[in-house]
Ligand binder design. Structure first.
Ligand code: HEC
Length: 109
């Protein structure tokens, strides 16, 4: 593999990592997620029977759902209030946190 090609890959990976770190902070999201744990679980696997798992969902999906609760496009007695209470980078940070959790699935035999 030509050396210049390898450098382009390394540089683009570095740029990508930096821009993501600026856009969303998974550690801040983890702290904020403490307020979600009673229903969605500390590990993003739901505790309340009517709450979905959040662990391992894509950040894109989580952001889309939280924004839908905020605008009213999606409505739920509790989540609409909770989502509207999120400020600043909370939505992006929470999405970064939950999407960083790795989920394994066991298929039925
Ligand atoms: C009191 C329980 C409760 C708390 C606390 C709570 N949620 Fe929820 N959440 C729910 C329920 C129930 C739903 C399913 C709503 C529905 O049926 O449309 C939900 C749905 C969601 C969804 C949509 C997921 C999907 O797959 O459709 C997201 C994202 C979400 N919650 C994020 C959060 C975040 C982030 C927090 C903390 C800031 C939080 N929730 C706190 C109960 C809760």
């Amino acid at each position: 593999m030509p050396r210049s090609f390898v450098w382009v890959c390394v540089l683009s990976a570095a740029t990508l990592a930096t821009s993501q770190a600026v856009a969303a902070d998974a550690i801040a999201g983890k702290k904020k997620a403490a307020s979600c744990a009673v229903c969605h679980g500390i590990d993003g696997l739901h505790k309340a029977p009517d709450a979905p798992n959040l662990a391992g969902n894509s950040a894109e999906y989580i952001i889309k759902q939280l924004k839908a609760f905020q605008t009213g496009a999606r409505q739920h007695e509790q989540m609409s209030i909770i989502a509207k209470g999120l400020k600043g980078g909370d939505v992006d940070n929470l999405a970064a946190w939950y999407s960083s959790l790795k989920v394994t699935v066991e298929m039925p035999k």
